[in-house]
Write a protein that binds this ligand. Sequence first.
Ligand SMILES: Cc1cc2nc3c(=O)[nH]c(=O)nc-3n(C[C@H](O)[C@H](O)[C@H](O)COP(=O)(O)OP(=O)(O)OC[C@H]3O[C@@H](n4cnc5c(N)ncnc54)[C@H](O)[C@@H]3O)c2cc1C
Length: 636
Amino acid sequence: MLDAKIPEGPLEEKWNYYKSHTKLVNPANRKKIDVIVVGTGLAGSAIAASLGEMGYRVKSFCFQDTARRAHSVAAQGGVNACKNYKNDGDSVFRMFYDTIKGGDFRSREANVYRLAECSANLIDQAVAQGVPFGREYAGYLNNRSFGGVQVSRTFYARGQTGQQLLLGAYQALMRQVHAGHVQLSTRHEMLELVVIDGKARGVIVRDLVTGALERHGAHAVVLATGGFGKIYFLSTLAMGCNGSAIWRAHKKGALIANPSWTQIHPTSLPQSGEYQSKLTLMSESLRNDGRIWVPKKEDDQRPPNQIPEEERDYYLERRYPAFGNLTPRDIASRAAKERIDAGYGIGPLKNAVYLDFSRAIGEQGEDKIREKYGNLFRMYQKITNVNAYTEPMRISPAAHFSMGGLWVDYELMTSIPGLYALGESNFADHGANRLGANSLLQACVDGYFIAPYTMANFLADEIRTGPIDTKHPAFEAAEEQVKAQLRMLENIQGKHPADYFHRNLGRVLYDKCGLSRSAAGLSSAIADIQQLRHDFYKQLYVPRGFAINTELEKAGRVADYLELGELMCHDALTRNESCGAHFREEYQTPDGEAMRNDKDFAFISAWEWQGANNPPLLHKEPLHFEFVTPTVRSYK
Ligand SMILES: Cc1cc2nc3c(=O)[nH]c(=O)nc-3n(C[C@H](O)[C@H](O)[C@H](O)COP(=O)(O)OP(=O)(O)OC[C@H]3O[C@@H](n4cnc5c(N)ncnc54)[C@H](O)[C@@H]3O)c2cc1C
């Protein structure tokens, strides 16, 4: 049985109790401790900067050419905090409840409460760093609403919230780099975790410019390597995003939790051609003022502005009158898919729905809409050549966020002692569906406020360990393994690039382990993926050469996806219920809503690697609800 190490006591006391009783590392001893942080997004930069400031010796790695290009930079819409600035009834408990409910009662109460509790401090910290959040005329920080809630708790910096938060974290990180507490290596990719006597003790990284392999030892390793939604190929994530760091850790013993719970975002731009891989996200914030509709007539060819009001189906407002266009993402995406599959999709590929601002412009004026979303409208026009002030946008669902990830306990430690997972790389806070603007929050809070405490609890016992010896046979073996894999990939010399296999894998996952799933579909997906993996090792083509070889990088990541994808299907197949993003066609109400099964499935699925040719082993962490009562989620 997995132990999440949740502190005893009332919900609102747990985190305070933990902080008051955890072990500390004396400042004089911190300089004897090395910590490796992989990832420089919000989670990675925040923890590296915090540990550096505390006096630990930190090594930080990312594969981009600068820490500032970590994918947090892409986040647009906002970051949640229950400050109640709008005086609309927000509170820590309400945010906790919204998040637990939004996640369809599949997350731990204690983690979610802590997330809400720390949210207010995060805004203060970011403002102190100079993050330019949007303000009202009087100077107060402004808020807007995101899906799944009825209060306004989302702080934003136009459509660049992730970028602005990341610049704050980056400054904090670079301050520590210049102070000599953090050693930063960009364009370095972690390819293996080193475990000695059951503890995480280092990593093997590859210098992506020279191709050289390096060994780095430490007393603890933090993975803050982001999400793996790119496994679907078509997604809102950049091509470089990958799941390799967590997958390699998984193969060294770290459990992966709920891997099939992927959020499909309802407001991405639709796919427009076969070779496209990146789908641009239009922020969820647009659903504050935009209304979603499709024509009532099937295969209606008229331009949107020629379709009269009474011939439009505002299907979210029709089906969910209480939340309307602000239903959570899983529900909005599924409702769009239902209309598209029923033949009401719009656009050349009939794969989209409209997002219409005409009423908001009529009521608030174009200037106000420009002030709120100007850069998003500009981006839309650049990509589509359509002016969304005068014609509705076309949007479509796309893979976006991994609720699943490395299993971590309350301390954010994985099942390997000394290995931590922060931000999107862990599974911890969002249950089966993440609420919009909770992810930037989680990445920041994990890095700035939680891990600095919880890691000390582990590191306090490491002050006498001494430096980790990278000549240890475990480093030797890990490096040899990486070298052998790279050589093997390079030597196949088949006829298809890595992208070919990635695209095919994405298709299988979209069709059979995407917005809706069935037992038959998932079983056939497992067979398809096994065949694709077999073909990959026979037909992959990678140009030779270790130095600057992006095809070789990609091949390693796709090799990992081909195993992770199969695990996702096993995960979805064993969960005989529908919850959040996991919609099993066999488990739905007559009007198409998800049917949870709390009696049999109120647990976290945590999977153990058993080898590429063996089914994974399922461990269960039961979920206990002491403070909320799971109910059927209704946004009607
Ligand atoms: C288009 C888009 C818009 C979004 N908008 C919002 C929003 O408005 N609000 C919100 O709350 N959330 C939003 N999200 C989600 C949110 O941005 C992410 O969940 C969050 O930023 C993840 O932060 P992170 O620190 O965990 O990872 P990331 O920022 O993804 O950073 C990952 C880091 O890990 C490094 N890395 C990965 N693998 C390796 C490896 N093997 N070796 C070395 N380095 C490695 C990368 O180089 C990078 O530095 C959005 C996501 C997308 C894709």
